[in-house]
Design a protein around this ligand. Structure first.
Ligand code: PLP
Length: 404
C-alpha cells in the first residue's frame, strides 16, 4: 500500500530548504568534480574561531563537562551575557529569568515563533530579509506578512509601509539590524517608527542583532529594546556565530521579559534540553576574553566591503550601494537584463562564482544578488575578475560593447 498523500504536515510542506543551502550544495558538487568555485554564497566567516575560545571548550571537555546542563544555559554564561547586554547595549536583564541560551540564534528564533504564534496569527517581516524568518513563522502555523522595501528608497522602513502590513491578527514583528541581506543599519527615525508601530498595535518585536559587532564608518549599534516602552515587548536575539567566527559551534541567546522567556524555555527544553555544555564554556571565554579579535575581524570586513563594492560598481549593468553593516553586498543587477535567479545561475556556471539570488530573500530582493564578503580579499578579487570576464563575454555574444 502506498503511503497516504497527506503524510507530511502542511506547515512543513509550506517551507523549502534555504536557498543559501541549495547554492552551497551545488558549489560542493562542482568542487568534488575538481572545479574551483569562488564562494560568495554562505554567511560563514572565513576566520578561525579565536584560539582562547577553542582552548576553553577543549579544557572543559577534558575536565568532564560533557553532560546535560541547566536548560536556560549555564549560570556563568548567563551572568556574562547579562553583563554584556548592560555594557554593550544598555539593557538590564535578570540572568536567572530573562535570558535563554540556545544552540544557535536560529534556534532562539524558532523558540520565539513557536512560543508566540498560533495558526491564524500574522507576523510582519521585512522584504527582503533573512530567509529563516518566513520559514519559522510558517513552521509555527502562522502567516507571514511582508513589508516591501525597495532599493530606490534605500530599503528604508517608514511608518506608512509598516501600517499597510498591520491587521487585527498581527502579533509579531521581526526586524534585523545590521541587515542580512541589504547591509542596512536602522537609523534613529526607523527605530522610532518601529517602536511607535509596535506600541500602537500592541506587538511583540524580535530584534535580531546578530551582526551588531560588524558595523562600518563609525556607526553605533542601538538596541531596539532601549527605546521608551520597548523593553517589555522586545526579544533581543543574538549569538556568537558572526562576531566570534563560531558558526559551527551553534551558540546563541535571546533576552526579554521573564514570561516570554519562560514560554520559550518550554519549547527549548522539550526539543534540545540545553545548548551543548562545553560549547557554552567556549561562549563564556569569548565574552570574558580579549575583544580585539572582534574588532580585527570587523576591520578586515570593512576593507573587503570597499573592495567588493568598488569592483561590483565597475561591472556592466551592476550598481551596488555601500553596506552599513554585516558582511553582504546586495547589488542591483537589473542593468544586466537578467533576472536574479538567471544571474546567479550565470555566475556559477559561466564564472564559477557562487552567490545567492536576491529573490530568495523575498519578492523585493528580485533584481539583486547577495555576495557574502566573509571570504579573503584574494578570493574577492578573483571572484570579481571572473564575473567581469564572464559578463564581457556575454555582452560580446549579444553584440554589445564589452564594457558598459
Ligand atoms: N540572524 C541573521 C540575520 C542571520 O543572518 C543569521 C545567520 O546567518 C542568524 C540570525 C543565525 O545565526 P546562527 O544560527 O548561526 O546563530
Amino acid at each position: 500500500m502506498s503511503l497516504r498523500p497527506d503524510l507530511f504536515a502542511a506547515r512543513v510542506r509550506a517551507i523549502g530548504s534555504p536557498a543559501t543551502v541549495a547554492v552551497s550544495n551545488r558549489m560542493r558538487e562542482m568542487q568534488r568534480a575538481g572545479i574551483d568555485v569562488v564562494e560568495f554564497a554562505g554567511g560563514d566567516p572565513d576566520f578561525p574561531t579565536p584560539m582562547h575560545i577553542v582552548d576553553a571548550a577543549y579544557e572543559a571537555m577534558r575536565a568532564g563537562d560533557t553532560h546535560y546542563v541547566a536548560s536556560r544555559g549555564i549560570p556563568e554564561l548567563r551572568d556574562a551575557l547579562a553583563a554584556k547586554l548592560l555594557r554593550d547595549n544598555g539593557l538590564r536583564y535578570d540572568p536567572a529569568r530573562e535570558i535563554l541560551v540556545t544552540p544557535s540564534g536560529k534556534h532562539a528564533l524558532f523558540c520565539a515563533t513557536m512560543a508566540l504564534l498560533d495558526a491564524g496569527d500574522e507576523a510582519i517581516i521585512l522584504d527582503p530579509s533573512w530567509v529563516t524568518y518566513e520559514a519559522c513563522v510558517r513552521l509555527a502555523g502562522a502567516t507571514p506578512v511582508s513589508v516591501p522595501l525597495t532599493v530606490d528608497d534605500n530599503f528604508r522602513i517608514t511608518p506608512d509601509k509598516l501600517e499597510r502590513a498591520a491587521s487585527p491578527r498581527t502579533k509579531l514583528l521581526i526586524v534585523n539590524s545590521p541587515n542580512n541581506p541589504t547591509g542596512r543599519v536602522l537609523d534613529g527615525d526607523e527605530l522610532q517608527a518601529v517602536a511607535a508601530f509596535a506600541q500602537e498595535h500592541n506587538l511583540v518585536v524580535v530584534a535580531d542583532e546578530m551582526y551588531e559587532k560588524i558595523m562600518y564608518d563609525g556607526r553605533q549599534h542601538v538596541s531596539l529594546a532601549t527605546l521608551p516602552g520597548m523593553r517589555e515587548r522586545t526579544l533581543t536575539l543574538n549569538g556568537f556565530s558572526k562576531a566570534y567566527a563560531m558558526t559551527g559551534w551553534r551558540l546563541g541567546y535571546i533576552a526579554g521579559p521573564a514570561d516570554m522567556i519562560g514560554e520559550m524555555l518550554k519549547v527549548h527544553e522539550q526539543s534540545v534540553s540545553c545548548a551543548t555544555s562545553f560549547v557554552q564554556r567556549g561562549g563564556l571565554a569569548a565574552l570574558a576574553g580579549p575583544q580585539d579579535c572582534v574588532a580585527a575581524m570587523a576591520a578586515e570586513y570593512r576593507a573587503r566591503r570597499d573592495l567588493i563594492v568598488n569592483g561590483l560598481n565597475r561591472l556592466p549593468g551592476v550598481r551596488c550601494h555601500l553596506p552599513e553593516g554585516a558582511f553582504y553586498a546586495f547589488p542591483d543587477i537589473r542593468g544586466t537584463g537578467m533576472p536574479s535567479a538567471a544571474f546567479a545561475e550565470f555566475a556559477i556556471s559561466e564564472a564559477h562564482v557562487a552567490l545567492t539570488s536576491g529573490d530568495a530573500f523575498g519578492a523585493c530582493g528580485e533584481g539583486h544578488v547577495r555576495l557574502s564578503f566573509a571570504t579573503s580579499r584574494e578570493r574577492v578579487v578573483e571572484g570579481l575578475e571572473r564575473l567581469a570576464r564572464a559578463l564581457a563575454k556575454l555582452r560580446v555574444a549579444l553584440g554589445q560593447p564589452a564594457v558598459g
